[in-house]
Ligand binder design. Structure first.
Ligand code: SF4
Length: 184
């Protein structure tokens, strides 16, 4: 995997519905997303190593993301029976997580990349944090775009993707941040 085009094609081949590279300098970062996590509407705050507050400080994480040059934004779009289809949303989340894990495997230990996805880390059925045990798969754990303060709505517009893809669908996003020197 030597360049952004190859990473984009790999992500599409693995099953993303769309993928496109954008410049990190064109992305919007906002520490407000950390406040939304702290509101704990998902119930994962403090319950997952890849979620706040364990994942790290918002300012440090935004700075880390800004050190990259480009981000390959990808999305999965999954059908729902209706807007109350909780099992459909969960299944869509599992589909997206499985894709993200395949992408991580394909990226391997590639230097100069940072891979983030949607929501909390879903590598384990139940995060070891909930049992006060060490992270089970630290090399596979994936944080979210929001944990890094990424405004995904703005990023999707910049990437030419729809943030919402119509009634009775749910859309999840991920991104592979790339440093240009990794393109050699
Ligand atoms: S890999 Fe497992 S234990 Fe580690 S952060 Fe992800 S869900 Fe939690």
């Amino acid at each position: 995997m030597q360049d952004v085009q190859a990473i984009t094609q790999m992500i599409l081949t693995e099953g993303a519905d769309n993928a496109n590279a954008i410049q990190v300098k064109d992305m919007v970062f906002d520490r407000m997303f950390r406040d939304m996590c702290a509101a704990n509407s998902c119930g994962n705050y403090g319950k997952c190593y890849m979620c706040p507050p364990d994942v790290g400080g918002i300012d440090e994480m935004m700075d880390e993301a800004r050190e990259y040059d480009r981000g390959v934004l990808y999305q999965t779009i999954s059908p729902l029976e209706d807007s109350f289809d909780i099992e459909g949303i969960n299944e869509a989340g599992r589909r997206h997580s499985a894709l993200s894990q395949r992408i991580s495997e394909r990226l391997g230990g590639k230097k100069g990349v940072l891979h983030v996805s949607s929501g909390g880390c879903r590598v384990c059925e139940v995060c070891a944090k909930r049992e006060d045990k060490p992270c089970t798969f630290p090399d596979q754990a994936i944080a979210s775009l929001e944990a890094y303060g990424v405004n995904v709505y703005e990023a999707s517009k910049t990437a030419g993707m729809k943030y919402i893809n119509g009634a009775n669908t749910v859309t999840f996003f991920g991104m592979v941040f790339v440093r240009d020197e990794a393109d050699a």
